[in-house]
Design a protein around this ligand. Structure first.
Ligand code: N01
Length: 533
């Protein structure tokens, strides 16, 4: 069971999409001695924790999976277009079983510290179980979000007599909502997914909304057996297109600028994509929606119109109209989200104009009124990126703490390595693309495994980001974000979702395919921008 400490080549933190594949790649392809630690009681990462009603993925299922093994692809078929959380968890359990990964994962064990020993060029990793192990390579597969739920500090929580839960740490046994008065604070992806499902079960639902959101209908009914036959027959082409696309999905914008076509053509295009539904709506139309404000206005106005058409009460509809540009925040996909506000048993409360003041014993009080609730759901997001990383005491050269290296904001060359932290690799770390995450993760895992194979083959002991290369890269990341709609709204992607948090652009919003090629080229040209010794 596992490896004894002095034999380890690598420690992997996390057993979600990233950690599972990293473990498999290093152990089964490179023959390294690897151990993974996972704070949760099972595999799954984000899909282990996020069990709130309606939780599902909003990348299309047929590309929300690994592509590295054609047999695994052939083995598995999702039930619908956007798989629900239990199905994704089953998939990751299936992957863990299929490659016999669990024997090298220590569950219910949080890594508390990782310190680089420059003399021996090894990482010493300490866990909350009191264990210390040493390894040459340390790889984080901890995601950006799931292990650091954020809950605003609302006065009165201790006195609130109802139940409360955060969507990101939902009880495994579920929560009784039937016949209850339920409140949901937050209308990001988690809120938008859960609100229609909670409304079905609750006696009354009150939604506390601070910022209205764009959301696109999922249209689950658009996949059937024929669709899956087609997907299976074309997987090679699907992945080729996904890897070279702008967003990591197998579709591309149509190459045109929104304002170069007639209003009629544009409208027909948006209507067709709206009927098809899903993330394709955001990615499959015009190339300049994210970079040009006038182009963006055309799509933002289109969705605003759809909201007004859907929501019957005009006052409620106006409260639901987003003012920021579409895609300045992560696009959301829903099932009956706006329709839910047509129910008599659903109330929308605008907490931008009348903020929440406190929780009373029996409900939520805003500056305007008190709303009785038996169950309060915080769909209030996450302390993104720094939350998961700063939850561990990571120290590199000269005892440099990661928290100190990142005082101006989290930073890593290509999202993969931070200067001063040799042999630490961060899967989807700050500075990487987001896109369709399994595709991003596979690219990173394979890059890291190839890099480690290169070090081993050339008898090299260390790799580390060059500080200049890292700075130049993060400047590019910032420039991309500033020149795009991303700069037009606060969200977890720039630290703006948490009062007082350092603002910085954390992800590369340029072309996904370009980023992948760049990473490959840099490796092929001898790891430019990295220092190897
Ligand atoms: O969190 P969020 P999320 N008072 O930060 C509100 C991924 N994800 O969990 O917009 C009142 O987006 C806040 O209001 P505002 C996905 O990447 C993926 O929903 O800041 N409200 C906002 O409405 C996503 O982007 C899936 O004004 C307060 C909400 O809480 C990311 O996770 C599914 C408040 C937080 O929204 C995060 O999504 C779910 C306060 N004091 C999530 N503080 C997939 O399908 C915060 N809010 C794969």
């Amino acid at each position: 069971m596992g490896n004894s400490d002095d034999q380890l080549d690598a420690v992997v933190i996390g057993a979600g999409f990233a950690g599972l594949y990293m473990l498999h790649r290093l152990r089964d392809h490179l023959g390294l001695r690897v151990r993974a630690f996972e704070a949760a009681g099972g595999v799954g990462g984000v899909w282990y924790y996020n069990r709130y009603p309606g939780a599902r993925c909003d990348s299309d299922g047929f590309v929300y999976c690994y592509s590295f093994d054609p047999e695994l692809l052939r083995d598995w078929q999702w039930a619908g277009k956007y798989p629900l959380q239990p199905e994704i968890l089953r998939y990751l359990e299936h992957v863990a079983d299929r490659y016999d990964l669990r024997r090298d994962i220590t569950f219910d064990t949080k890594v508390t510290a990782a310190v680089y020993d420059e003399t021996h060029r090894r990482w010493t990793v300490t866990t909350d179980g009191g264990e210390r192990v040493s390894a040459r390579y340390l790889i984080t597969g901890i995601g950006h979000l799931s292990i650091a739920p954020y809950r605003p500090d609302i006065p009165g929580l201790a006195d609130f007599e109802g139940e409360w839960h955060h969507t990101g740490s939902w009880p495994h046994e579920g929560v009784e909502l039937d016949g209850k008065r339920v409140g949901v604070i937050g209308t990001g992806s988690s809120g938008v997914q859960s609100i229609p499902v909670v409304a079905e079960r609750a006696e009354h639902l009150t939604v506390f909304q601070r910022t209205p959101q764009y959301s696109v209908p999922a249209r689950h009914e658009t996949v059937d057996d024929e669709f899956w036959r087609d997907v299976r027959a074309n997987y090679a082409d699907i992945w080729r297109r996904a890897r070279s696309s702008a967003g990591g999905f197998p579709w591309q914008h149509n190459g045109k600028r929104a304002l170069e076509v007639s209003e009629r053509e544009r409208r027909e295009n948006y209507e067709r994509l709206w009927r098809e539904g899903g993330v394709k709506f955001a990615l499959g139309s015009y190339r300049d929606l994210i970079t040009d404000e006038a182009a963006n206005d055309t799509v933002s106005d289109f969705i605003r119109e759809k909201i007004r058409e859907t929501v019957k009460d005009s006052e409620t509809a106006e409260q639901l109209i987003p003012r920021h540009p579409f895609m300045s925040r992560r696009p959301i996909v829903d099932t009956d989200y706006f329709e839910t506000y047509n129910r008599d048993d659903v109330t929308l409360v605008d907490v931008r104009t009348a903020p929440i003041v406190e929780l009373t014993r029996t409900g939520v009080r805003t500056t305007d009124a008190e709303y009785p609730v038996d169950v309060l759901i915080f769909a209030t997001g996450f302390d993104a990126v720094t939350g998961p990383y700063f939850g561990m005491d990571i120290r590199g050269r000269d005892g440099l703490r990661l928290a100190d290296a990142w005082t101006a904001g989290p930073s890593a060359y290509l999202g993969l390595q931070t200067a001063g932290f040799p042999n630490l690799f961060t899967i989807t770390g700050p500075g990487s693309t987001l896109g369709n995450l399994p595709t991003t993760i596979e690219g990173h895992v394979e890059w890291i495994a190839d890099c480690i194979a290169h070090l081993e083959a050339h008898d090299l002991r260390e790799i580390e980001a060059d500080p200049d290369a890292e700075r130049d890269w993060m400047e590019q990341v910032n420039a991309q974000a500033k020149n795009s709609m991303i700069s037009r709204a606060d969200s977890w992607m720039n630290g703006g979702n948490i009062p007082g948090k350092q603002r910085s652009y954390v992800f590369f919003f340029g072309h996904f395919g370009y980023y992948r090629k760049l990473c490959t080229r840099i490796a092929e040209q001898g790891y430019q921008g990295f220092v190897l010794s």
